[in-house]
Structure formats: C-alpha cells, structure tokens
Design a protein around this ligand. Structure first.
Ligand SMILES: [Zn+2]
Length: 413
C-alpha cells in the first residue's frame, strides 16, 4: 500500500540498496502521503548501465531532487542510496483497462488508486488507461481517470501515473470486435457527447478506419491533437493507406482483432508492417501472439516503432477461476461463451522479460516498453537533467526492482 510502504520492506527487496541514514528512515515512518513525498526530495541512484537516448551508459550516478533529475555523474558515489544493474526510462503502458480485480469503469476512485500502487510495484511507471464499451461506461471511466489524474497531480494519490485516456472503441468493426461489447457507427457528435467534460484527458482513440464516417472522425480527432490508432478493424490495404495519410499513426494490439494478411488481400496489417512511420502495439504475454509473430514485428518495425502493451483487464493478475463472462486459466483470460481472448495475461514488466526470452535484446524490449510509447504520445520523459524523474530500476535478470516516479519510489515485488 502506498501509505504503508516501509523502508524495511524496500531494503529487503532491493539488492544493492545501501544503508539509509537514520534521519531519512525516521522521518518516513507513519507519515501521510504528502509528507512521505518530502522524503524523496533528494535521492542518489547508482546504475551499472543506464539507458539514455537509446544508448547504454556504464557506471553512472543519477542525482534526483524535488522529483527532477538534478545531474548525472560518471562513476559511483558513496552517497548512492540505491543501486541497480540496469536503470531505464520508466515503463509506459499505452493500453491498459485494469487488473487485480479493478477496472477503470467498474471500480471506485479509491480502488483504482490502490491498484495503481500495485501496478507500480509490478514495474509500470505510467499508463494510458483505456475505457471501452457503451458510451455511458466510457463516461464513467473518463470521470474516474480525470479525478485520479488531478489527485496524482496534487500529490493526493500515487502509484503508476495516469498519463491520459485511450478510448478503445466503440467505433470499431462489427466483424472484429474481439471481446469488445459495443460497436457504434463513428460520428463526431457521438464522440463529443461521450467525452463532454472530459475531453482534456482523452489523448488517444482506437477506431476501425473502414467504417462509414470514420475518416471524418479521424480528421476531427487529429485536429484536437488526439492520437488515432486503427484497431478492431477489417480494413483493406487501400483504406489503410488513406487512413495513415489522414493521421492514423499506430495499430492497436497488432494482429489481434484485425483482418489477417492474405497475399492477394494484404489488408491493414501488411500496410502497417511496410510503413516505417507507423507504430505497432504488441501484447507480450506470449498468449496473444506466437513468439514467431513477435519476431516478425521486431524484424519489420525495428527498435523505434514497437509499443509493448499489456491490454490488462480486471481479471489480469487474479487467480485462475471464473469471473462473470471471463474465465482465467493458466493466467490467460478468455470470454467463456466465445472462447476468444479477453485482455492481456500480464503487466508490461513481465512482457519485457518475456521478449528477452524469445530473442529480443533487453534494450529492444525496454525501447518498446518505455521509450517508444512515450515518444509516440509526445511525452517528454527522457532521463535528462532538469526533467521529471520517471525511471525503472532492474536486476541482472531483467526483473524490475523499483519504479521511481516524481518524488516517489516503489519497490517491486
Ligand atoms: Zn484493450
């Protein structure tokens, strides 16, 4: 829990965690959230390898003050309180609906805030939280997102930071709904009605570009500065090219809930794989995509255009069992009556590790899990002096040890 987080715990869980000055430890105990943040006004991190501008720097010490990176020095420093085998930009999950029994539309603000701490403890630093379904449900999700974002900004809540809302649907294809429960014809009016009062938190929307009226919605969203992904789509090749020209910049969970590639009907997937500018989300739970498909994505998109997403849902991280219409078996979520996959089986840090086990380098996996989504979203999260602290510390075997975001530190479990 955020407010019960203890130094002792952190010390046990973080290898190489140096002794903490007594005054530092004492002032942390039993303090309310606002005061707890005070404790991290100054911290010093040693990294054996530090990923900066896409390159590894070796043996550096990162000094953080007031939630910002103050300066970075070569070599170790005896004042370092934390030490990691790898220090990288913080993981950003571009597509997540919930997890651990919590969902963006079905849970209270308090439940979401508790879950965001668990998510940080699982290695995720920032998220695009994704409401989906009928417009009323999307509105409920947007209301929660707006409230939590404001509370995080004011220091009243912590955990993985919500960076914005990603609407997945409801303007999707009736042929490719996957586990989505709502399919509505695209219209600017419906979008306005659905997001009224909350449009400032909407940063991204997934739609099927082939639907009648979609081109107008895409143009409208781009005018508002909202990123548009193609997804849950039966789009053909020519329509895909037109959509990319119209401002669609990425593909939602590539290969899942999309028209498959046929050699005479290549469709949107071939169009996206062959276009060096288009970003591709990929679910890295090894259930949604065969390792060979992930390797194909790596080959086609290189290290700059992949975005590792969890697509985690309410049942992600729950024990195997039946939860409403969803059955969880061996960590994989499926809609019982349809048999289709329903949301990702793990959070992003686990997917990073999965990728390293099927042939990606750790650097490529971190680019996909942290750097590329931040760039795609236009977020300035690069670890540079003067910038916001937004980091994940890892051990030698690519498991997250801590998430450091603004003035907070979360030990990973
Ligand atoms: Zn999703």
């Amino acid at each position: 829990m955020y407010d019960k987080y203890s130094i002792a715990n952190h010390n046990e869980n973080c290898k190489g965690f140096k002794e903490i000055p007594a005054a530092f430890a004492k002032s942390r105990s039993n303090s309310p959230i606002a005061a707890e943040k005070e404790e991290y006004m100054k911290t010093c991190i040693y990294a054996e390898r530090f990923l900066q501008n896409g390159n590894w720097r070796h043996n550096v010490t990162v000094h953080c003050e007031n939630g910002k990176i103050a300066w970075i020095e070569e070599g170790g420093n005896p004042a370092a309180e934390r030490s990691y085998a790898y220090l990288t930009p913080g993981l950003v999950d571009n597509h997540i609906h919930g997890g651990d029994g919590v969902s963006v539309f079905g849970s209270t603000v308090e439940e979401i805030e508790t879950w965001l701490v668990k998510l940080a403890e699982a290695g995720t630093a920032g998220i695009m939280l994704a409401p989906s379904g009928q417009p009323e449900r999307i509105r409920k999700g947007l209301a929660n997102i707006k409230t939590v974002m404001e509370r995080q900004k004011n220091g009243q809540a912590g955990g993985a930071r919500i960076l914005g809302a990603h609407l997945e649907g409801p303007f999707i294809s009736a042929k490719r709904p996957g586990a989505m429960e709502a399919v509505i014809p695209p219209s600017v009016e419906t979008f306005r009605m659905m997001t009224e009062g909350y449009v400032d938190v909407v940063k991204e929307m997934t739609i099927a570009p082939e639907n009648e009226g979609a081109a107008e919605v895409i143009a409208y969203l781009r005018e508002q500065g909202i990123r548009v992904q193609a997804g849950h789509t039966d789009c053909d090749y020519e329509t895909a090219l037109a959509a990319f020209a119209n401002g669609v910049g990425s593909i939602c969970h590539t290969f899942n809930a999309a028209r498959p590639i046929h050699h005479r009907e290549p469709g949107i997937l071939a169009a996206a794989l062959a276009d060096p500018e288009i970003y591709c989300e990929m679910i890295g739970d090894l259930a949604h995509l065969h390792p060979g498909t992930l390797r194909l994505l790596r080959h086609c998109k290189g290290r700059e255009r992949l975005m590792l997403v969890s697509d985690a849902v309410m049942t992600t991280h729950l024990p195997d069992g039946i939860y409403g219409r969803v059955e969880v078996k061996n960590g994989v979520n499926r809609v019982k009556e349809l048999g289709c996959l329903s949301g990702g089986g793990c959070y992003t840090a686990k997917s990073v590790k999965n990728l390293t086990e099927i042939g990606f380098t750790f650097e490529e996996a971190v680019m996909a899990g942290a750097v590329n989504p931040a760039r795609y979203l236009g977020l300035d999260l690069a670890p540079e002096p003067g910038k916001r602290v937004f980091l994940t510390g890892w051990n030698e075997t690519y498991e997250p040890e801590a998430v450091l975001v603004d003035s907070d530190v979360y030990a990973c479990r």
